[in-house]
Design a protein around this ligand. Structure first.
Ligand SMILES: *Cc1c(COP(=O)(O)O)cnc(C)c1O
Length: 428
């Protein structure tokens, strides 16, 4: 038995499914997960000492590559002064200043410890600010696991949603309207029907939790206009895309100003960290200034803040994103031409340092189109690559991530592996 398999068996005895977050269990692709022992730069090593080129990147945070020496040093330096105080620190102020300076839509920001907390709090704030209960989200967008967001579309057009998880009361889901991504007509219809009751739209401005799906031209602008017209708030959930697709997230790329933005992943540099922020008049409704309650024992944790500040400093260097985008595009282009040579229906897309690979002919624009891809072919490709030392996300419904440490040699190594993996696929 391999050490990975031994650890998995042991983990399953005391941890449900052997994992602390479900996608890690490899249910989607089959098999059992490697247990990671350490990571450096573009690589992770498992408990059997196997090395992998990593395109998971801790699901987004590892934009500088793993264990960047400056980030590790910042964490070590902060740790010797104490791990948590439950009182304000200068580091939090510095991180808040950096976030507000880099994302102009953020006039004030509140720190939390995860993306889930950020979106949950932003939704509560939007409801508290507008005095309305209903929210709009889009099918395939993931905003963490708060009750009102674990919701899928109801049976009819413009009916309110159904829970996607047991334990979520139908009454909670009944406040969430779930529409198709990129369907602006549905948004207009929803506001026509329920305009005065809708507190906010929450959207991944580039979706990265149904594989990767980009907004169609005009979609985000249309959301902005509808929200403004009907007095609802527009929340960009940039937990994944913030500082991943460019120095100002998607909002900087497309030039659209949301009312609120949620962040996590990159801004913690691998430590537990999230944030939500936006318009000053909206943020003024948060306790202790206003009536919307929100709090956290470990919020703005000094170690997480130190990792975040150092990460933001390093990714703020000139040309950082130009290089990251070039390397990601190079990977995606290489994969497309190898798949085409192998005669496999395949397409791929990238934005900044994130990418999607799809076993279908054209780049999808909705969850329905992603779902129509050849998941069997993806699963075969995944395992063929993994066994050759390249780790993609273990699901056809997740985006991939490139780091600053994925240099030309690492990309070439990946493409050599992909060529062999494409040759092995039997499902077409
Ligand atoms: C990862 C993610 C979340 C949840 O963040 P956690 O830190 O896992 O709670 C929310 N929204 C988006 C867009 C995400 O990608």
């Amino acid at each position: 038995m391999t050490r990975n398999a031994e650890l998995y068996e042991r983990a399953c005895r005391t941890i449900p499914g052997g994992v602390n977050s479900p996608v890690r269990a490899y249910r989607s692709v089959g098999g059992t997960p490697p247990f990671i022992e350490r990571a450096a730069g573009p690589y992770v090593w498992d408990a059997d000492k196997q090395r992998y080129i990593d395109y998971v990147g801790s699901w987004g945070p590892a934009i500088l590559g793993h264990a960047h020496p400056a980030v590790i040093k910042a964490v070590q330096d902060a740790a010797v002064n104490g791990l948590s105080f439950g009182a304000p620190t200068e580091g939090e102020v510095q991180l808040a200043e950096m976030l507000c300076e880099r994302m102009p839509s953020i006039e004030q920001v509140r720190m939390v410890s995860s993306g889930t907390e950020a979106t949950m709090s932003a939704i509560r704030l939007a409801r508290g600010f507008t005095g309305r209960d209903k929210i709009i989200k889009f099918e395939g967008c993931y905003h963490g696991h708060a009750d009102s967001l674990l919701v899928k579309a109801g049976s009819g057009l413009l009916t309110f949603g159904n829970p996607t998880s047991a334990g979520v009361p139908a009454e909670f889901a009944a406040h969430t309207l779930v529409l198709d991504y990129n369907d602006l007509d549905a948004v207009e219809a929803a506001f026509k029907e329920y305009g005065g009751q809708i507190a906010c739209i929450i959207v991944e401005p580039v979706a990265g939790n149904m594989n990767m799906v980009q907004p169609k031209p005009g979609f985000l602008q249309g959301l902005r206009e509808q929200c403004t017209r009907h007095g609802a708030l527009l929340i960009f959930d940039e937990v994944m895309t913030g500082f991943r697709v460019g120095p100002q997230g998607v909002q900087g790329r497309v030039g659209i100003t949301p009312d609120l933005t949620t962040l996590a992943k990159v801004i913690g540099g691998g430590m537990p960290m999230g944030a939500f922020g936006g318009r000053r008049d909206v943020m003024a409704k948060i306790a202790p200034l206003g009536p919307v309650y929100q709090a956290g024992t470990l919020s703005g944790n000094p170690i997480a803040v130190a990792a975040g500040i150092t990460t933001l400093r390093l990714i703020g260097e000139p040309d950082f994103y130009a290089r990251l985008e070039t390397q990601t595009a190079r990977l995606v282009k290489g994969l497309c031409s190898l798949a085409s040579e192998a005669g496999i229906p395949f397409s791929a897309d990238s934005v900044g340092g994130m990418f999607g690979i799809y076993f279908r002919d054209t780049i999808p624009t909705s969850l329905a189109e992603v779902s129509a891809s050849n998941v069997d072919a993806f699963n075969q490709f995944f395992h063929a690559a993994l066994s050759r030392g390249v780790m993609f996300a273990p699901s056809a419904f997740e985006a991939g991530f490139v780091s600053a440490m994925h240099d030309d040699a690492v990309i070439k190594n990946t493409l050599d592996v992909a060529q062999a993996a494409f040759a092995e696929i039997t499902a077409r």
